[in-house]
Ligand binder design. Structure first.
Ligand code: AMP
Ligand code: MG
Length: 359
């Protein structure tokens, strides 16, 4: 289904039962498009996803074309198991035929984690099931799976009756979308439908945890903090996820060092003093500078426009970060300045995105 116009459907209305008009009817329409092999952008609690039927290789191929995404970057499969039970998840993926297998210990970890954190911003890398074509997984025998914590996403998966492969709904390498407007700014006319569910609550992508390795490891920090996972399964290996040579064969694809990037240059500074000093230097060089401002810096930065207020807590900063980068990009600054945040909690994901955006 190639599109010339993207249909925008409002799924924010209370009626999601599909009987009448409103959110339910919108989701039912979108589910039909997915079943027919089309592309649907939909809200999750992290960012907007660009979904296709994960069991249909031709539909999945359209995701890569719409996003201009590198084929060696695997997709996350979104599922909505009836019971929060790993058997339901593997059945959806494999019809019980899993390629490779988890050891009893790995299996136990997966069970404990899904019980603790699903639905939620935790993606688990598991052995690939036979229902999932290899273009979903970039040729790997593992597959990344999660159950999103968003009523529209869950309803869409249930109504379409298939697992949904969905990367973030943006052009490849660009900042992820946290509103339906952001999706259209990147993909209007390239996808069939956008379900508008308002701004997303968490604002950064899910945490990706590899459970197939002997010791579990975070491949991408995200919306579920490392500390939360460690409370449930103990200490985690810290792996350097950055792949320096993007053309080299990748053991674990999708961890490109430059990613999540605004159009403008992004500079990370140590704190307020350096922020103000760096701004002066750049302005003196004739460059247009935009500021991402944390609450504690707001007073000192008053009037230094253009600027975007991120908020004070890491939850606020995560929620607002991508909207801020997009807003400053559209005011056509040359450089965006932002102060570092503490590494704890969601700070790890924020720093990860800032560093990759700044490469
Ligand atoms: P996104 O485009 O934000 O949905 O990113 C999906 C990311 O999940 C990829 O870029 C990888 O970092 C990660 N991922 C997905 N599938 C796998 C897999 N099978 N093994 C390792 N990482 C994966
Ligand atoms: Mg992405």
């Amino acid at each position: 289904m190639s599109s010339t116009r993207t249909l925008i459907l409002d799924s924010t209305l209370a009626d999601r039962d599909g009987e009448g008009t409103g959110g339910g009817a919108a989701i039912a329409t979108a589910a039909g498009v997915l079943r027919a092999g089309g592309l649907v952008a939909f809200p999750t609690e992290t960012v907007y996803g660009l979904g296709a039927n994960a069991t249909d290789a031709a539909a999945v191929a359209r995701i890569f074309i719409a996003k201009q995404r590198a084929l060696n970057d695997p997709l996350i499969v979104h599922c909505a198991p009836e019971r929060n039970d790993l058997r339901d998840v593997t059945a959806a993926l494999a019809g019980d035929q899993v390629i490779g297998a988890l050891s009893p210990e790995q299996h136990q970890r997966a069970l404990v984690l899904t019980r603790a954190f699903w639905p939620g911003p935790l993606t688990l890398v598991l052995p690939r099931g036979r229902r999932i074509p290899t273009n979903v997984t970039a040729g790997l025998d593992t597959v990344a799976v999660r159950m999103p914590d968003h009523p529209v996403a869950l309803e869409l998966i249930r109504r379409s009756g298939v697992p949904i492969a969905a990367p973030s709904a943006n052009r490849f390498g660009h900042v992820s979308p946290t509103t339906a407007r952001h999706v259209l700014d990147d993909l209007d006319g390239r996808i069939d439908v956008v379900l508008n569910g308002g701004p997303t609550a968490i604002g950064v992508e899910s945490t990706v945890l590899d459970l197939t390795a002997p010791e579990p490891a975070i491949l991408r920090p995200g919306g579920l903090a490392r500390e939360e996972i460690e409370r449930v399964i103990g200490g985690l290996e810290v792996r350097d996820w950055r792949i320096e040579d993007e053309r080299a064969p990748q053991a674990s694809p999708g961890m490109l060092s430059k990613h999540y990037a605004p159009r403008a240059e992004l500079h990370i500074v140590a704190g307020l003093d350096q922020l103000l000093q760096e701004r002066r230097t750049l302005v003196n060089q004739g460059r247009r500078v935009g500021l991402l401002v944390q609450s504690g810096e707001a007073e000192a930065c008053a009037g230094l426009d253009p600027q975007f207020i991120l908020g004070g807590t890491t939850a606020e900063i995560a929620r607002n970060l991508y909207a801020g980068l997009r807003a400053l990009d559209s005011s056509e600054v040359d450089v965006i300045l932002v102060s570092e945040v503490e590494r704890a909690g969601l700070g790890e994901a924020i720093l990860d995105r800032l560093r990759r955006g700044a490469q």
